[in-house]
Design a protein around this ligand. Structure first.
Ligand SMILES: [Fe+2]
Ligand SMILES: [Fe+2]
Length: 154
């Protein structure tokens, strides 16, 4: 990761979720490298999406992105990337290609948010807007998935 700019406390939990998103990409890469059946990896990505990714996109789109205007080029890009990533999570065929595209799209989107978008948002956000993010945030993500296909010996 590049030079991290200090995150406002209201954005810390969202940034922590990004860590799990990057971990998802890593797990997919490990799984594919170890010839794990794509169906098995897909069961995890389905769970991850329902349990966490959907809520993460929701909080960003409802309380974080609106801090910049909806026609701001970075917001237009971010929303497009969300729709693309959602479509990949929902894709049911060509699973190996889907997983390869998903891990790349997730990683690129998270790095874009952490290195660029969130810094700009932080600069213009009012204390009330930041408080709203905090008040509406869901429970911290916990990975309880037991089928650890990313562990080499399993
Ligand atoms: Fe996002
Ligand atoms: Fe995000």
């Amino acid at each position: 990761m590049g030079k991290p700019i200090k995150r406002h406390p209201s954005l810390v939990q969202v940034s922590r979720e990004h860590h799990y998103g990057l971990l998802l990409s890593w797990k997919i890469r490990e799984g594919l490298k170890n010839n794990i059946a794509p169906e098995r990896i897909k069961r995890y990505t389905d769970w991850f999406y329902e349990k966490y990714q959907k809520a993460h996109f929701d909080i960003e789109e409802q309380f974080i992105y609106p801090i910049l205007s909806s026609d701001h080029p970075l917001i237009v890009q971010a929303i497009q990337e969300h729709r693309h990533i959602e479509a990949l999570f929902h894709q049911e065929d060509n699973l190996t290609d889907m997983l390869m595209a998903l891990e790349k799209a997730m990683e690129a989107h998270i790095r874009f948010e952490e290195r660029n978008l969130f810094n700009q948002i932080q600069e213009v956000a009012t204390p009330e807007q930041l408080q709203l993010i905090e008040d509406n945030h869901n429970q911290p993500f916990e990975d309880t998935w037991e089928d650890e296909f990313w562990v080499r010996s399993k």
